[in-house]
Design a protein around this ligand. Structure first.
Ligand code: 13P
Length: 252
């Protein structure tokens, strides 16, 4: 049985004062009781990992953890500005997002680099959240499944059965930050396609891997999305910035 996992991705948002209020509200809300067997986390900008980690640790909720939004594909060395997975582990991260479409778009990250990043994250004892997804043009030209299959096949090639220890996030680019959520059926169909593709490689990996949906998830559409058999949770952007909305999605 795959646990439902809800991860917030703050992207480049936050402030020392604002973060403290967010953690306080979310912890208080979660202390009132959450549906059993779920996992929650928030991936914050690197400079806030120490602060948010400490605050979340202090609220001692076993099901709430934190993570980062990217990691280097390298172990250490002359890579100015990069952050090694081992450093994120030292800051207590449980999850690291890799290959977010914003990094693919603005930093030209390739599937190969993303797989190398995921390997570093795994080697450091954390869970990579590997993002895949098609653009609007790719979907409109009927190539959505082909594009996502291509992205997944590179991950399979490099990560092999270590994929069982990863999370995959299907985030259609046209649904990110646009308010245009994929319908629950469109999302389910792609999640199913991803799981079937993984099963071609290894049935066990396919049944273990959690596949999260991301793209305009809000409190009012989360219930329907999370009810789908191959949707194992969500990667939440904009709505994760509001602690009440994040709580509602976690409870959905
Ligand atoms: P939004 O929820 O703001 O659409 O962002 C989704 C996302 O990119 C999460 O990683």
């Amino acid at each position: 049985m795959r646990p439902l996992t809800v991860i917030g991705n703050w992207k480049m948002n936050g402030s020392l004062a604002g973060n403290a209020g967010w953690v306080k509200t979310v912890c208080r809300g979660m202390e009132q009781g959450m549906p059993a067997g779920r996992k929650f986390a928030v991936c914050v900008p690197t400079p806030y990992l120490a602060q948010c980690g400490k605050l979340i640790e202090d609220c001692s909720l076993a099901f709430l953890s934190w993570g980062a939004q990217d990691a280097s594909a390298h172990v250490s060395g002359a890579y100015t500005g990069e952050v090694a997975a081992s450093m994120l582990k030292e800051l207590g991260c449980t999850y690291v997002i890799v290959g977010h479409s914003e990094r693919r778009q603005y930093h030209h990250e390739t599937d190969e680099q993303i797989a190398e990043k995921a390997l570093q994250v795994l080697d450091s004892g954390m869970t990579p959240v590997i993002c895949v997804g098609e653009s609007a043009d790719e979907r409109n030209s009927g190539r959505a499944t082909e594009v996502v299959r291509g992205q997944i096949s590179k991950q399979v090639m490099v990560l092999q059965d270590r994929l069982a220890d990863c999370l995959i996030a299907y985030e259609p680019v046209w649904a990110i930050g646009t308010g245009k959520v994929a319908s629950a059926q469109i999302a389910q169909d792609m999640h199913r396609a991803i799981r079937l593709q993984l099963a071609e490689f290894d049935e066990d990996v396919a049944s273990h891997v959690g596949i999260l949906y991301g793209g305009s998830v809000k409190p009012d559409n989360a219930v329907e999305l999370f009810a789908m058999p191959d949707i194992d949770g969500g990667l939440i952007g904009g709505a994760s910035l509001d602690p009440q909305d994040f709580l509602s999605i976690c409870q959905a």
